[in-house]
Design a protein around this ligand. Structure first.
Ligand code: IYR
Length: 286
C-alpha cells in the first residue's frame, strides 16, 4: 500500500538523530519541539509499507519537521560479523579499580559524552549532564567525601550483612584512592526536571531509564576507544552536587573515574551469565 505523506528532505550527509521512548506513535501530535536538523522545504513522498496508520501521519508531518532515516542495510554476512565483533569487544570490558595516572585528552572524554548523548530519552529531553574534572583539588575533595560515605557503609553497618556478603567476591572497601589517581572523574547527573533560562521549569520523563541508557552508552564508548572506567556509586551521593556546584534540578546518578588501567591491573575472575540465563524466546502456544 502506498501512502502519501508530507516529509522534509534529507540533507545529503546528515546523520539520523531523534529518538524518544515510543509507547504511542503520536498521530496528530509530537513530543519533539526542537527540530534536530533543518532540511530543504517539505516535499511529498510516497512510503510503501503494510501500515494503515503511517508515521508520521500527514497532520503530524505538516506540524513538525520529519526527515528520512538514513538507514544503511548490510548483507546478512556483514550483519553477523558486526554483531560478533561488537559482542566480542563488549566481552573484554571490565570495571577497573586500579587506574594509571597517565593523562587522557579532554577530546576523548568529549567524544564519549557525545556518544552517550545519542541515547534515546523520554520525549527526547536528554535529561542528563556529564560533569567532568581533572582538577587534583576537586578529585581529592571527591575522594575524601566518597570515602567518608563508604566508611559508614562498610565499617559502621549502614548496609546489612547481605550487602557485605554480595560484595565479598569483589573485595571492595572504603578506600577510594583511584578517585585521585585516575586522570578524570566524570559524574553523570540526572535532571529531575528541566530548568529553562527564563526561570520556568518543565517536566522530564523516564529520567532514570534515559540516564541509565546514556550511562551504558558512555561506558561502551569509553571501552571502545581503549580507556577504562568504573560505575561507582559512593552512596549517598548528594555531596557530588555540592562539590561540583550543580543546580537543584540535578541529582548525581553515577560517577565514572576514567583512565588507562594501571599496567598489570587485576580484576575479579567473574563469569558472565550464559545466553540461556538471560534470553528467553516465547513461542506461540501449541
Ligand atoms: N558503592 C560501594 C559499594 C559497592 C556496591 C556494589 I552493589 C558494587 O557492585 C560494588 C561496590 C563501593 O564502590 O565500594
Amino acid at each position: 500500500m502506498a501512502e502519501l505523506v508530507d516529509a522534509v528532505g534529507l540533507k545529503p550527509a546528515a546523520a539520523p538523530a531523534a529518538c524518544e521512548f515510543d509507547s504511542h506513535p503520536g498521530h496528530g501530535s509530537s513530543a519533539l519541539s526542537t527540530p534536530l536538523q533543518v532540511g530543504p522545504p517539505a516535499t511529498t513522498v510516497a512510503v510503501d509499507g503494510p501500515y494503515e496508520y503511517p508515521y508520521p501521519s500527514p497532520e503530524l508531518a505538516a506540524a513538525h519537521p520529519f526527515v528520512e532515516y538514513a538507514f544503511e542495510r548490510h548483507s546478512d554476512e556483514e550483519m553477523a560479523e558486526r554483531a560478533r565483533a561488537f559482542r566480542k569487544e563488549s566481552e573484554r570490558r571490565r570495571s577497573i579499580r586500579l587506574f594509571s595516572p597517565d593523562p587522557v585528552p579532554r577530546e576523548l572524554v568529549e567524544e564519549a559524552v557525545l556518544a552517550a548523548s545519542t541515547a534515546p530519552s523520554g520525549a527526547h529531553k536528554q535529561p542528563w549532564t556529564f560533569v567532568g574534572t581533572r582538577d587534583p583539588a576537586v578529585k581529592a575533595a571527591i575522594r575524601a567525601a566518597a570515602e567518608e560515605e563508604e566508611r559508614i557503609n562498610y565499617l559502621e553497618n549502614r548496609m546489612n550483612d547481605e550487602w557485605l556478603e554480595a560484595l565479598a567476591p569483589l573485595g571492595t572497601d572504603h578506600h577510594k584512592e583511584f578517585l585521585e589517581v585516575a586522570p578524570w572523574i566524570v559524574v553523570l547527573f540526572e535532571q529531575r526536571f528541566e530548568q529553562r533560562p527564563d526561570g520556568t521549569t518543565r517536566k522530564n520523563y523516564y529520567v532514570k531509564e534515559s540516564t541509565g541508557i546514556a550511562a551504558g552508552m558512555f561506558i561502551a564508548a569509553i571501552h571502545r576507544m581503549g580507556l577504562a572506567t568504573l560505575t561507582h556509586t559512593p552512596t549517598p551521593m548528594a555531596f557530588l552536587r555540592r562539590l561540583l556546584g550543580r543546580p537543584d534540578n540535578e541529582r548525581p546518578f553515577v560517577m565514572f573515574p576514567i583512565g588507562f588501567p594501571l599496567h598489570g591491573a587485576r580484576v575479579p575472575d567473574l563469569r558472565r551469565k550464559s545466553l540461556d540465563e538471560v534470553f528467553v524466546e516465547v513461542d506461540p502456544p501449541g
